[in-house]
Design a protein around this ligand. Structure first.
Ligand code: FAD
Length: 297
């Protein structure tokens, strides 16, 4: 019986497990090894790690966590979780079971890219989700924003601080009057004919092809994919959900406690704002809160 099982060993899960190991709790971290930003060569804006590869950051974190005697790291996928007499039972894909007094879900979200040929093979390189993460690396170039979401016009208004911006409405996400005024003021070109393909040698991007046959030179595009929870375990345990602008996320209080007693959650899976630092910080909170709930029990 572990004190805590953390499912998901990326920015949020590692941060939670580290607090628990340092509080001398028996913590098991289970990780399938597929962090959301694995498509990018480098992560940016993470204090002290700016420009390092996501894999290197997580490898260092795993190494540091494993040095604590009460921490165990298990590579693999947790298939399901259930509650048995006040304890949590986690079943691995190979059928092995692990039990714990508390559980932390840090399983992240999965991106569902717009269905445009050429997107997937450029994801994280020249098809980008966040200008704060990757805008600096494509600065001073021709940049596109491919709308797939009512808030895409908001993102488009930010992009001129990184490069010459064209907002592709895809014929679906026409800016309202206020958004239009801001886009014009910010010097954003608006293109209403849908983008139907990305062109160039992937992962590079040379241009976008429009439905009317025109080709517009673009160095990189931003888009905000719809997201879904990577793991169904929160739903299996009965956790309540919230709706975010890109997809559902697990409802938690300020300390990461879900609607189910003893179940905590952290990271992208619990927030409409997706960023490694924010995921890590929420993991720290969930780790501390989980320890305190054990200490009080
Ligand atoms: C292309 C791209 C680039 C990005 N670049 C940046 C950047 O430069 N800077 C920045 O701040 N943010 C960046 N982000 C956002 C950042 O990746 C996320 O905010 C962050 O990874 C969230 O961390 P997390 O721990 O919540 O989830 P994740 O990183 O998604 O990790 C979840 C982990 O849980 C594991 N898992 C899921 N289900 C199970 C299961 N059932 N059993 C076991 N393990 C499981 C997964 O394999 C994974 O390892 C980027 C995102 C993308 C898509």
């Amino acid at each position: 019986m572990h004190d805590v099982i953390v499912i998901g060993g990326s920015f949020a899960g590692q941060s939670a497990a580290l607090q628990l190991a340092r509080a001398r709790q028996d913590v098991l971290l289970i990780d399938a090894g597929l962090p959301r930003n694995r498509f990018a060569d480098a992560a940016h804006g993470f204090l002290g790690q700016d420009g390092r590869s996501p894999g290197a950051i997580i490898r260092d974190a795993t190494c540091q966590l494993s040095a604590y005697p009460s921490a165990e790291v298990l590579a693999g996928k947790a298939q399901e979780a259930s509650i048995d007499d006040g304890h949590f039972v986690v079943t691995m894909r190979n059928g092995a079971e692990r039990r714990a007094r508390r559980i932390i879900l840090a399983t992240g979200v999965t991106d569902m890219l717009p269905d445009i040929p050429g997107m997937a093979e450029r994801w994280g390189a020249t098809v980008l989700h966040c200008p704060y993460c990757h805008g600096y690396e494509v600065r001073d170039r021709a940049l596109g924003i491919i709308a797939n979401h009512p808030m895409s016009a908001h993102q488009a208004a930010l992009i001129p601080d990184w490069g010459r911006a064209t907002y592709f409405t895809q014929g679906l996400y026409e800016p309202n009057a206020d958004e239009l005024a801001l886009l014009v003021k910010r010097g954003v070109t608006i293109e209403r004919t849908p983008v139907v393909a990305l062109i160039g040698e992937a992962p590079g991007l040379r241009a976008v092809a429009l439905a009317d046959g025109r080709v517009i030179e673009i160095f990189a595009v931003f888009t905000a994919p719809a997201t879904k929870l990577t793991s169904p375990i929160a739903k299996m345990l009965g956790c309540a959900m919230d709706d975010g602008p890109t997809g559902p996320f697990i409802k938690v209080d300020a300390w990461g406690l879900t609607s189910i007693s003893g179940v905590y959650a952290a990271g992208d899976a619990t927030s409409p704002v997706h960023n490694a630092t924010i995921a890590s910080a929420s993991g720290v909170l969930a780790g501390i809160a989980t320890h305190q709930s054990l200490a009080r029990s």
